[in-house]
Design a protein around this ligand. Structure first.
Ligand SMILES: [Zn+2]
Length: 207
């Protein structure tokens, strides 16, 4: 089990956390024309640093770590397992602004199943980094392939990007949809159709 296959980002140049973020935030405030010493902003650099550390903690987590021993042998289950509407929050690497929404994660087991509660945690490992939605989708799919070698995996993500919504690039409620399919989800049209049907069957929403 590893996270390296899906992770196409280059190795970090320095150990994360070795450089403080707060002084840089203070510089941004100055550059914006603000007074970083006024009461309302005095603690802002430290708060932003804490927030960024939290929102990017996925850099310090691995799939192996969050899955732990929650992988079980189970030869009997051969049907699709789907966890849908997994809420996530991430930040786009182009603007460092949030994008968020839901991930739907499905797989067809081949002798091994994974604890259902682990799927949202795998999503978080990759969401809590600077991301682009397409790569996030791929990394989740690859991580599950690596973790339990199933017949296949399907991941579909619907998200709103604040870098688009706040700048008026897109309408308020438009979603960006990405999908990644592996194994039988890629090779077999019926499996893909079942996946999309199950995902779209949720709570009366339509694409
Ligand atoms: Zn962006």
């Amino acid at each position: 089990m590893s996270t390296t296959k899906g992770a196409r980002r280059p190795a970090r140049r320095r150990p994360a956390g070795s450089a403080p973020i707060a002084p840089a935030v203070r510089e941004i405030l100055v550059a914006l024309g603000e007074d970083p010493d006024r009461e309302g902003l005095a603690k802002t650099p430290a708060r932003v640093e804490a927030a960024y550390r939290f929102l990017t903690r996925g850099y310090h987590q691995s799939v192996a770590e969050v899955v732990g021993d929650a992988v079980f042998d189970d030869e009997s289950h051969q049907n699709m397992v789907l966890v849908r509407d997994i809420q996530f929050y991430s930040m786009c690497e182009h603007h460092m602004l949030p994008f968020f929404g839901v991930a739907h994660v499905a797989y067809i087991p081949k002798g091994r199943i994974i604890g259902l509660s682990k799927l949202p945690r795998i999503v978080d490992v990759f969401a809590r980094r600077l991301q682009v939605q397409e790569r996030l989708t791929d990394q989740i799919a690859d991580a599950i392939m690596d973790a339990i070698a199933p017949h296949g995996v399907g991941v579909l993500i619907e998200a709103v990007h604040l870098c688009m919504a706040m700048r008026g690039v897109e309408k308020q409620n438009s979603h960006t949809v990405t999908s990644a399919v592996r194994g039988i989800f890629r090779s077999d049209q019926r499996t893909r159709t079942e996946f999309h049907r199950l995902v779209q069957g949720r709570s009366g929403r339509s694409e």
